[in-house]
Design a protein around this ligand. Structure first.
Ligand code: FAD
Length: 450
């Protein structure tokens, strides 16, 4: 019999590790995980800030309490990860204008309803225009103009799309979301997952099947196997490769392919929008914002869409931490990533003083993650167009010869989420195992013919 196949997995985020675990459990001993950074976890990453752990990447387990059980929620529950329930629906009743006044709840609810109706109309319009005649588009929708309309448009489209269109995560797994508030971090899930198949000691992974600081730059592939070259000049060979780098990385020139990827593949990769989502953490000497029920999230209405719009206090997660988080997306994220943290701090303080008055204290610390400028990420997550045909995602996922693709962006139903990455990793490794079996059968037939 031929020797068992070897697999190289590129990337040690949730999808790469989930894939590796399934392969290890299926007897694939010749396994190597190459990770560009100096840690596992990828877009799941905690950092100490003030006295607590904050999540720079994924923060919530989204989709809980529904008819099916979210696998990530199950793992978290088994490990006793500390989480707290987040109720976003209150945010719309805590919308501040620039003079610090909260919009009356009637006005806020009304604006919110109009925005949802308008987004639903727009979606319907797009759907019917898609099927009928793309040139005959009618604009059914109101364009948001006032600060409150812009703020609501931002939270609807950059956060809560579930109210506008059904999202599989919430339909299948339930509408509840839980914030991970555990000193060990969301990444604890991944360490525990790795522990099940990699050798660890005292919480450290000491297994030479995982190589950190290995930046893959080239994949040379043929019918016989794949040769992987890393930035530091190492060369690795395997029968199959599973590539879990993000869609942002695939759109960049970090990894080259020899022969190049076919056109259907590169075109699909280019078609996928990427979302940049930045949580900025600010530490204060004391609290000056309202706490208590219904106050966890609040919104700043400014004439510039997405300008320090969405705020959260961390008192529910970590009482007494005196930390605020503000979320920026896309162009605002990129703008802030390119300026100094001092400038960002100044901007955020002006916004907070608009909302809470001039006598609030300055923040004593700021943390600004830079997902866009991180060449191993180049995005926060994939963002398929609202009306996207499944062909794009199927093409992004489809293997090219012996190179298989995985990652949240390859999950048809759950892209953008941790559970999407996890389930995609499992799916891709099963596809590789199936391919190995096919290979074996073919080799068997050839041997019989001799
Ligand atoms: P990654 O975690 O990106 O793993 C890919 C790995 O590949 C990385 O470790 C990277 O370093 C490595 N790599 C890249 N290029 C190379 C190379 N050339 N050579 C070697 N290694 C390479 N999801 C939720 O469910 N809930 C949330 O609340 C949530 N919030 C988010 C907030 C932010 C700010 C971000 C950034 C993401 C958020 N997500 C959330 C999405 C979630 O984090 C991702 O969907 C998931 O972690 C992606 O996992 P992955 O394995 O597909 O990719």
């Amino acid at each position: 019999p031929s020797p068992p196949s070897s697999v190289i997995i590129i990337g040690a985020g949730v999808s790469g590790l989930s894939a590796a675990k399934v392969l290890a459990e299926n007897g694939i001993g010749d396994l190597l995980i190459l990770e560009a950074s100096d840690r596992i976890g990828g877009r799941i990453r905690k950092e100490k800030f003030g006295d607590v752990s904050v999540e720079l990447g994924a923060g919530w387990i989204a989709g809980v309490g529904g008819k099916e059980s979210n696998p990530v929620w199950e793992i978290a529950a088994k490990l006793g990860l500390r989480t707290c329930f987040s109720d976003y629906s209150n945010a719309r009743y805590n919308i501040y204008d620039r003079s610090g006044k909260i919009f009356p709840s009637g006005i806020a609810a009304d604006s919110y309803k109009k925005a949802v109706d308008s987004a639903i109309q727009k979606l319907k319009g797009l759907e019917s225009n898609c099927v009928e005649d793309a040139t005959n588009r009618t604009d059914f929708t109101l364009t948001p103009k006032t600060p409150i309309e812009l703020a609501i448009d931002f939270i609807l489209h950059d956060f809560e799309m579930a109210e506008v269109e059904p999202i599989s995560t919430y339909v299948d797994f339930g509408e509840r979301e839980f914030l991970v508030a555990d000193e060990r971090g969301y990444e604890y899930l991944l360490y525990k997952m790795a522990e099940e198949f990699l050798f660890t000691s005292e919480g450290k992974i000491l297994d030479n099947r995982l190589k950190l600081n290995k930046v893959v730059r080239e994949l040379q592939h043929s019918r016989n196997g794949v040769t992987v070259r890393t930035e530091d000049g190492c060369v690795f060979e395997a029968d199959y490769v599973i590539l879990s780098a993000s869609i942002g990385v695939l759109q960049s020139d970090l990894i080259s392919f020899r022969p190049p990827l076919p056109r259907w593949k590169t075109e699909a990769i280019e078609k996928c929008d990427v979302m940049v989502y930045t949580k900025i953490f600010l530490k204060f000497p004391y609290k000056f914002w309202p706490c208590g029920p219904g106050k966890e999230f609040f919104i700043y209405a400014h004439e510039r869409r997405g300008y320090y719009t969405f705020w959260q206090h961390m008192e529910n997660a970590y009482p007494g931490s005196n930390i605020l988080v503000v979320t920026l997306t896309n162009d605002e994220s990129k703008r802030v990533e390119s300026q100094s943290d001092e400038e960002t701090l100044k901007e955020a303080m002006v916004v907070l003083r608009d909302m809470f008055g001039s006598d609030i204290p300055d923040a004593t610390d700021i943390l600004v993650p830079r997902w866009w400028n991180n060449r191993f990420q180049r995005c926060s997550y994939s963002n398929y167009p609202m009306i996207s045909n499944n062909q794009v995602i199927n093409d992004i996922k489809a293997p090219v010869g012996r190179i298989f693709f995985t990652g949240e962006h390859t999950s048809e139903r759950f892209n953008g989420y941790v559970h999407g990455g996890h389930l995609a990793g499992i799916d891709t490794s099963k596809a590789v195992l199936e391919e190995m079996r096919k290979d074996e059968r073919q080799k068997g037939k050839q041997n019989q013919n001799f």
